[in-house]
Ligand binder design. Sequence first.
Ligand code: NFS
Ligand code: SF4
Length: 655
Amino acid sequence: MSTAELEKRTADPAAAEMLAAAGEAQILTSWDRYKAQQPQCKFGLTGICCRICIQGPCRIIPSKPGQDKGICGASAFTIVARNLVRYIAGGASAHSDHGREIAYTLLHTAEGHAKDYKITDTKKLLQVAERIGVATEGRDVADIAKDVAIKALEDFGKYDNNPCTWLDTTIDEERRRKFRHTDIAPTAIDRSITQLMHQTHMGTDADPVNIIFGGLRAALSDYTGMYLATDLTDVLFGTPVPVMTEANLGVLDAEKVNIAVHGHNPLLSQMVVYAARELEKEAINAGAKGINIVGICCTGNEVLMREGVPTAANFGSQELVIMTGALDAMIMDVQCIAPGVKDLCNCFHTMLITTSSISKVPGSVHIGFNEETAMEDAKKIVRLAIAQYGKRKPELVKIPQLKKQVVGGFSYEALMDLLAKINPDNPISVITDAIESGEIKGVCAFAGCNNQRTIHDHATVTIAKELAKRDVLLVSTGCAAGALAKAGLLSSEGVEAWAGPGLKAFIKRLEENSGLNAGLPLVFHMGSCVDNSRIAQLWSSMAKNMNIPIPQLPFVASAPEAMSEKAISIGSWVITMGIPCHVGVLPPIEGSDLVYGLTTQIARDVFGGYFIFETDPEKAAEKLYQRLEKRAWKLRIHKLAAEKYESTPDQGYEG
Ligand code: NFS
Ligand code: SF4
């Protein structure tokens, strides 16, 4: 690829450097494969290809009699709706199954069967216990943890008809009523997903509105599963506090054993970090200067948040970590690991190690990871990497000397601690007051992936800079946070370079009082994708403090480069919570005006949140900003009116 062509494919200079090297060496990456897939099938792209039964595939051509419906008579709206919600089922399964594993590990830790894990954050455990109604008074920590873990596991399969505990105890009365009236509160996670697969089975539900509402129920299961995952992970490994680290391929160290942890579930990656600390000497004996753990995707975000592990790549650039020739082992758990990484490993000495019984790649080494033998397994894995270091081919090592400073670790609790330095009695009011005074214009949360259909990292970074200039407070999770990290937006340099005057004054005020020996970043990194629960916690407490329903809050979300089913399930619960959500890649729904309208218009009337599909990042920034302005303006008007007429502020929606 030429330099001009590279610029059209990635905004990350380190990725561009590696892509050029891959081109020279004629090594194919997902960038090449994306090109080779063009043109992609229009039926699939617009959602009107149905493969739900094996009479299909049925492809809809609206203008052609006979082909305007599937063989069974399913209309385009049914087919588009079914395809869309099945993504949600996939996303909710992935997130919640991750949560289930954490819950089991907490249970087994409390019972004493998982000796390498411990209850690290008792304060969080007590908070969660109290919130969900588990007795704490005079009880043993292990007993409380056991009850909390059982309550979490009950959310997957309980048989009563009450809403899931992790949903019901984290939303306000207004949302509770809304979910009751629309009948979308899940009573059990597994059930809502099974029911959705049933609902979308051939010949069950043909009504697109009913199908979409079934999808939203599963989306709220996604929320439930990730919320409990965050809570219980904090209990096991600690609630993140601010940490300094770095991001991009320059974090690889030619003189050390480089190990990448890739995937999502921190049960393994945390252990690898601990094992590496213990085995540092063995690496030195093998001729290296030590062990360097780097992160990719969300398991990377987990260990960045808690251990300050640097980020090597986000989803889009995962193959390019291997392209440096300096990666000795890539350890994967589950989700978002492109099978193509194995092809790259074959060109270098990198060992791909799979660890989960449901996530294997042909030709890789499998070390089954078990919670009973966690540390032993992690050590085995680290030792394999050390042995691999000796097989490195120095002539193939080419590490781009590019990396950026990162200040991360902003859990909801860490953010509140920071705000409490200014207002100890009511920390959250530091943000809401700044919105009311107009110093900042609202909050935008960035989440989601990379997608070959967009320029790698470009939209995420562009929208963030545009909104920062306009004084919008920014938070982020997932691979979007990876993009922002690599572009220097998770550092105080980012504040100097891109914050508007109001945002800068706001961040500097926090910084002066922070007591940290680091400058605060332009964008606050709140964690992995399951940690979008932390963002939900943020908007809930803002709305509570302002005494307004969430749909009135100047808060928006953006997934500029969404890719996975998980991103679709997250976006779907974000809108049900009352938050406008921009997506920079059009999902396959254009084949039905009705479904498109449901997600972008009707959702607004029913839930106050809705999707904004916009592929142009500049226009997307403008649209997001307008939403914030409109909500802030309405709030001011309502407040003035309430003062004038001595009434309570309007509780209706944004409209
Ligand atoms: Ni979220 Fe995180 Fe990344 Fe997308 Fe995948 S790693 S869970 S799905 S690609 S942000
Ligand atoms: Fe075709 Fe209907 Fe089968 Fe879908 S469910 S593949 S539309 S026959």
